[in-house]
Design a protein around this ligand. Structure first.
Ligand code: GDP
Ligand code: MN
Length: 378
């Protein structure tokens, strides 16, 4: 789940990271006049607000007027964050992210932060942390010195980054991006912005996040089918194509999406379930896919699964029961990739025969499945 700035900052503040004092105003809520200068910021799941006039730093007396201007630009449904403005001496960029290829947390830093960070790609540096142990400030001194930090800032940045790395792990984040990380005129470091993405696979450890504004926004942005999948812990993304997909495995699902595209067709959905989910989850997924397929824009359904150790016979038996009980609303192409061990109780040829009897094309490899799909949907 991607968090709006206010929710991200609340998580950071709770974990002891310095953020400006602020308050979230819901749509329609009147902005109170404040003393001193305030930063008013539209809370939406998109960046680049500074360049679009959706962040204003104004005198507290002018807060309501500035909020009105932001609402006129961003739309009336957007919540606003109003914070005590910070006196900025320098703006840095700092982020922790998971690198799924390196399988490690990566610290990113640029001394040239702020809204123009992308104009100085050469200034951005990365430090790969050891996922097996916490990062300590002294591990990072060399990194920050090489990145151009000196004097008091060097130690402050190393401490801040190590602490942020601890929080990154504790909140099960995939990304914490702070841009700008402000060096204040008093010499402290404050997170002026926060883009936080938390790992949905760890949602069970953080039940209270279901009460966040970000969660409500995410729900509001979903279609009915997507919401039903999410409630069951699955992923379902509605797309605008003409082939409904029932695939197993996120990586294979993405590859099939591309292959369907290469064949001149377009996917009508993407679907994925967590590893190890049982037949009930599969039944729900097939219901969702068939409901998507029932709409006029869809011409065919592709069901493609891979089996390694599990039995082709038990899969085919379950699948046929499901299809007999609720027939697919559009022509169905079935495909399996099975290992020899999966075929121990039923051979692929036998499986193909059973599907064939019912009028479903059944391929024993992906290329043939796509070819069959072109025949029925092309
Ligand atoms: P983004 O453009 O969506 O990433 O929004 P940011 O939260 O990063 O805000 C954009 C810019 O507004 C920042 O780079 C800062 O220069 C400025 N800004 C944000 N908050 C404050 C603040 O409290 N004081 C001052 N002086 N500037 C701020
Ligand atoms: Mn920013």
């Amino acid at each position: 789940m991607r968090l709006i700035e206010a929710d991200g900052k609340a998580l950071l503040a709770e974990a002891g990271i310095a953020v400006p004092a602020g308050r979230l105003y819901h749509p329609g809520e009147e902005i109170a006049a404040a003393s001193g200068r305030v930063a008013i910021k539209a809370q939406m799941l998109a960046g680049g607000r500074g360049k679009q006039g959706l962040v204003r730093v104004v005198d507290g007396a002018a807060a309501a007027a500035a909020a009105g201007e932001i609402r006129a630009l961003a739309g009336p449904a957007v919540p606003l964050l109003v914070e005590a403005a910070v006196d900025i001496a320098a703006e840095f960029y700092m982020a922790w992210r998971i690198d799924d290829v390196a399988q490690a947390p990566i610290l990113m830093f640029s001394p040239a932060g702020g809204i123009a960070v992308e104009e100085r790609p050469d200034a951005l540096r990365e430090y790969r942390a050891d996922p097996r142990r916490p990062v300590r400030p002294h591990d990072l001194v060399g990194f920050f010195r090489a990145a151009g930090a000196a004097g008091r800032n060097l130690g402050a940045l190393a401490r801040f980054a190590a602490e942020l790395g601890r929080v990154f792990r504790a909140i099960d984040a995939e990304l914490i991006e702070i841009n700008p990380l402000a060096l204040t005129s008093a010499g402290g470091l404050v997170a002026l912005d926060a883009k936080v993405v938390v790992d949905d696979n760890a949602a069970f450890r953080h039940q209270s996040r279901r009460g966040l504004v970000s969660h409500a926004l995410e729900q509001a942005g979903m279609t009915a089918l997507e919401r039903r999948a999410a409630e069951a812990g699955c992923t379902f993304v509605e797309l605008e194509g003409n082939v409904a997909l029932l695939t197993g495995g996120a990586g294979l699902g993405m590859a099939i999406l591309d292959l369907v595209g290469d064949a001149g067709l377009r996917a009508a959905n993407f679907v994925d379930a967590p590893g190890g989910s049982g037949p009930e989850v599969f039944a729900l997924q097939s219901r969702l896919v068939f409901e998507r397929a029932a709409r006029d824009d869809v011409r065919a359904i592709l069901l493609y699964l891979t089996l390694s150790a599990s039995s082709l016979k038990s899969l085919v038996t379950g699948l046929l029961r499901l299809l007999d009980a609720s027939p697919p609303p559009k022509p169905l192409v079935v495909g399996f990739a099975a290992t020899g061990s999966a075929e121990r109780e039923m051979t692929m040829a036998e499986a193909q025969g059973l599907f064939g009897q019912r009028g479903y094309a059944c391929a024993d490899n992906l290329a043939d499945a796509i070819a069959a799909l072109r025949q029925v949907a092309g």
